[in-house]
Write a protein that binds this ligand. Structure first.
Ligand SMILES: [Zn+2]
Length: 577
């Protein structure tokens, strides 16, 4: 168990890293003499010593052989007694220069640039004090709270034990905004990363050859949209604070990294791809496909959400990791619902399109595995298998399911907990109470799927008690531990009655499921112009159907199943005379 780090880090312009690390750990097993760590292989250890300044022998495998490092103590360490080891190491390759003033802490080194738990490079929570020395004019942003921040040196401390530590360095411009006890910062590079620079050089060549380009190639910089990013993050934080509770870290820094397709969230520090800071015209100029906006629309909100899902609450084992990615993608959908656009109709459409896309990712045949065989991802296995869903035959399945199906699990719970009488976008009181209790109970700790299930059971409605035992076992068994995906067919007719009202008959058939599969299936009346009323939820079990008749005062334009993508399913709706 790693408890505390004190790291003194020097970064130079060439990306060379020089570190003195003081690592305090608590031996949990008896007879331990050899303490193992994971350290990025390009960082080589020079010396190791103990608190009495006695040199300690160490072994570090060759660079090509991986990240294993072991420090050897002269006698077995007593269980439960904190010990400190000092290490001096350094090298090039963990931080890579990527254009003027741009650097990247390479993804492979993100959690092993310091000596980390070799069995778990993410999630062995520890407190950190990190002191940086950086080149003149450069800025650094790191996990933790900044203290004594002066040019060329700064000190960062974390009050809470955090899952992982990191930093981003560069010739940054910053913007800041604070609200409700949380400080938001954006760090952008005013100089282009090499990747953008290459496109510009090509454009300049073409222009010299007399080919005029209509695209704004000269202004491909990211600082212009820094303000947008700040507003986007501010909105995301407001929404997540309301739904999930306050963020105890009190700060989030969003920093640009010279990578186009890759975002990552460390505690208090988000790494965003530079493409997230470009507008649509600029993205087209770079040749990025239009559907790429699917990614850039939500990458900021998704990464901000990881502050709650992954950091404030982390996951216990690989079986629970779906909650981190799934809940973050769900959170991005909340962002789309409330903040994507000023026009409520466009927001609602974007929100529903998001869920349709997720459903496609889960149900459409996709090319998976090294042999690229065509398979529906949901058939590969249940969420609870985590990264083990990816085998040689099914690589890519885990990513689709953890994000998309994981998000759907939470969306289905939200829809069942929702007060159907409330207008769209309201009525989430029960869901909010559940999520806030979840983050409050497991703040700065790891939670499991079962831990979450127990809290859902505390907040469930009587209608959700499909097995009559006050438990949500049925739901988790089907959607987290199971692979079924129901198909629904709705038949209905609507006829005027002699007393001037309307008779609605409807029948819902459920199929393609095991016999004990049950679900609450909502029926909506669509009155047009976005006016959608939930008539009720039908309980259907196994491959069977239910039917009902009701009298309505005014006739809807249409009757719909799952109008808010309430249930992950495929469906058909048929009106008859
Ligand atoms: Zn993620």
């Amino acid at each position: 168990d790693l408890a505390h780090y004190r790291l003194q880090v020097r970064v130079d312009r060439g990306g060379h890293l020089d570190v003195t690390a003081e690592v305090t750990f608590i031996p949990l097993q008896p007879h331990l003499r050899v303490i193992r760590f994971a350290l990025f292989p390009k960082l080589r250890v020079e010396r190791a010593w103990d608190a009495q300044k006695t040199p300690l022998p160490f072994l570090q495998v060759d660079e090509e052989e991986g990240n294993a490092l072991a420090v050897i103590f002269p006698e077995p360490l007593p269980v439960g007694v904190p010990r400190t080891v000092f290490l001096r190491y350094g090298g090039r390759g963990a931080v890579r220069p990527s254009g003027p003033g741009n650097y990247i802490l390479v993804p492979e080194a993100r959690s092993t640039w310091y000596p980390n738990n070799w069995q778990m490079t993410f999630g062995d929570r520890a407190t950190f004090e990190i002191i940086f020395a950086i080149p003149k004019d450069h800025m650094i942003v790191a996990t933790g709270q900044p203290r004594e921040r002066v040019p060329e040196t700064s000190r960062w401390t974390s009050e809470w034990p955090i899952t992982v530590a990191g930093f981003n360095v560069g010739l940054f411009q910053t913007r800041q905004r604070s609200e409700d006890g949380i400080v938001l910062e954006v760090y952008t590079n005013p100089t282009e990363p090499d990747e953008i620079r290459r496109v510009q050089l090509l454009a300049e060549q073409l222009e010299r050859q007399g080919i005029r380009l209509e695209l704004p190639m000269g202004s491909l910089t990211t600082s212009g949209l820094a303000e947008n990013m700040l507003v986007e993050a501010l909105n995301a934080v407001r929404i997540f604070t309301r739904y999930f509770g306050p963020n105890p870290y009190g700060r989030i820094a969003l920093s640009q990294q010279p990578a186009a397709f890759f975002g990552q969230s460390w505690p208090m520090l988000v790494y965003l791809p530079y493409t997230a800071f470009l507008d649509g015209t600029q993205r087209r100029a770079l040749g990025l496909p239009v559907r790429f906006s699917e990614f850039t629309d939500i990458v900021g909100a998704h990464e901000v959400a990881h502050q709650w899902w992954g950091h404030i609450v982390s996951w216990k084992t690989y079986r629970d990791q779906w909650m981190s990615e799934g809940f973050s993608d769900f959170s991005a959908a909340l962002y789309l619902q409330f903040a994507f656009h000023a026009d409520p109709q466009r927001r609602l459409k974007r929100f529903l399109d998001f869920w349709k896309n997720q459903r496609e990712l889960i149900t459409r045949k996709a090319l998976l595995g090294v042999n690229r065989t065509s398979l529906e991802p949901y058939r590969v296995g249940p969420l609870i298998l985590g990264a083990r869903l990816n085998t040689g035959r099914t690589t890519g399945a885990y990513e689709r399911l953890a994000y998309a199906k994981g998000a759907f699990v939470l969306h289905m719970l939200r829809m069942m907990l929702r007060d159907p009488r409330a207008p769209l976008g309201e009525g989430d009181d029960r869901f909010i109470a559940l999520m806030r209790e979840f983050t409050r109970t497991y703040a700065h700790r790891a939670a499991s799927t079962r831990d979450f299930q127990r809290l859902v059971e505390k907040h469930m409605t009587p209608e959700m008690d499909l097995e009559g035992n006050g438990r949500m076992e049925w739901f988790f068994r089907q959607w987290v531990y199971g692979t079924a995906l129901p198909h629904y067919v709705l038949h209905y007719w609507l006829r005027p009655t002699p007393d001037g009202r309307y008779r609605l008959w409807l029948k819902i058939a459920q199929s393609r499921v095991p016999d004990d599969f049950r679900m609450l299936v909502p029926v909506y009346l669509d009155y047009g112009e976005g006016k959608l009323v939930r008539l009720g939820m039908a309980t259907v079990q196994g491959n069977s159907s239910v039917e009902t008749e009701v009298t309505l005062a005014t006739p809807p334009e249409r009757v719909l199943l799952n109008a808010l993508e309430d249930v992950l399913c495929t469906k058909e709706e048929k009106a008859t005379k």
